[in-house]
Write a protein that binds this ligand. Structure first.
Ligand code: C5P
Length: 309
């Protein structure tokens, strides 16, 4: 039996723009993903003998079993080629569930990256990407890590150059938000004004928005670029949970360069130029009803080292 262990880092969305609902029910998405240092830990073991079989244990019992996306990733990969044998996954959770931090997707991505090392012959890249995209819209990004643009339903991910490290305070309230429900509410609440024809300016705008330092720039807005860091889900999620908007404003008040919801929530993040400023903000935050983490952005360079050792 061979075992590999490594971290499965969370992500935040530095920007997220929802376009039209597509005929397949998904929404066209334009987003910027960013991995962060908050991470689950996985132990992935492989025994090449016997028929294909997967099991998953977890320190959070409700997440154990073959229904977990990480187990489904192993199952799907084994069945996509000539591979047989037993895969055992032991998952230690740290990333809050239903928070928009991509924990489940990252665990699935980590299993694919581990099995790429463990299976013989090694699964080719295109198979990994195909399996990842079938598992979920965010999973392919976790084959890359670092900073990346996500288009289509999010599953087409393109790497962007690593950015300088930033520190973040993550506020993960005791609220689980269902992503499909958040999309449904978005459809109900927002007129659909954007079309596929405006794709390119949106991507340009998002890329520009993450390289612009400082606060919202009048110049960017005048040029039709989105302001730095925007997430379309905020409109629906803040309507349902007004306290979250207050916490976001509190992060800004504590000096966050930018504060925003991640994905469809419920977690918020605020960016700070140094760890000490993030720690100071946590101290001044007061009693937050949930979990609070001080984290750093994680570059693609560091991300790749996790499973490529
Ligand atoms: O792909 P994933 O499994 O993460 O998507 C969960 C659900 O979120 C989908 O079934 C769909 O309802 C919604 N979704 C969407 N548009 C996307 C991504 C997800 O409508 N781009």
């Amino acid at each position: 039996m061979l075992t590999l262990s490594g971290r499965a880092p969370a992500k935040v969305n530095l920007a997220l723009k929802i376009l039209d609902r597509r005929p397949d029910g998904f929404h066209e998405l334009r987003t910027i993903f960013q991995t962060i240092s908050l991470a689950d830990r996985l132990f992935v073991s492989y025994t090449p003998r016997g028929p294909a079989a997967v099991k998953l244990t977890c320190d959070e019992p409700e997440l154990a079993g073959v229904g977990n996306l990480a187990a489904r990733a192993a199952e799907a990969l084994l069945h996509s080629g000539p591979w047989k044998g037993r895969v055992s996954i032991d998952l230690r959770k740290k990333i809050p569930v239903g928070a928009g931090l991509g924990g489940g997707s990252s665990d699935a991505g980590a299993v694919l990256l581990a099995l790429r090392r463990l299976l013989k012959p090694a699964p080719p890249g295109p198979i990994l990407w195909e399996v990842a995209a079938q598992l979920g819209s965010d999973v392919p990004f976790f084959l890359l890590g670092g900073t990346a643009v996500g288009v289509s339903r999010g599953e087409e991910a393109y790497p962007l150059p690593d950015r300088p490290r930033e520190w973040m305070l993550i506020l993960a309230p005791n609220i689980r938000i269902s992503t499909p429900e958040a999309y449904r509410e978005f459809d109900d609440l927002r007129p659909r004004t954007l079309t596929a024809a405006s794709n390119r300016p949106i991507i340009n705008g998002l890329c520009a928005s993450i390289s612009v330092s400082g606060q919202r720039g009048e110049r960017d807005r005048a040029e039709g670029l989105p302001s730095r860091f925007e997430n379309d889900f905020e409109s629906v999620v803040f309507q349902r949970y007004p306290d979250l908007e207050e916490w976001k404003n509190r992060l800004v008040g504590l000096g966050a360069g930018c504060a925003m919801l991640s994905g469809s929530g419920s977690a918020l993040f605020g960016t700070f130029p140094s760890r000490s400023q993030a720690v100071r903000a946590r101290t001044s935050l007061g009693e937050f009803p949930g979990r609070v983490f001080v984290v750093a952005t994680l570059s693609r360079r560091s991300y790749r080292r996790i499973w490529n050792r």
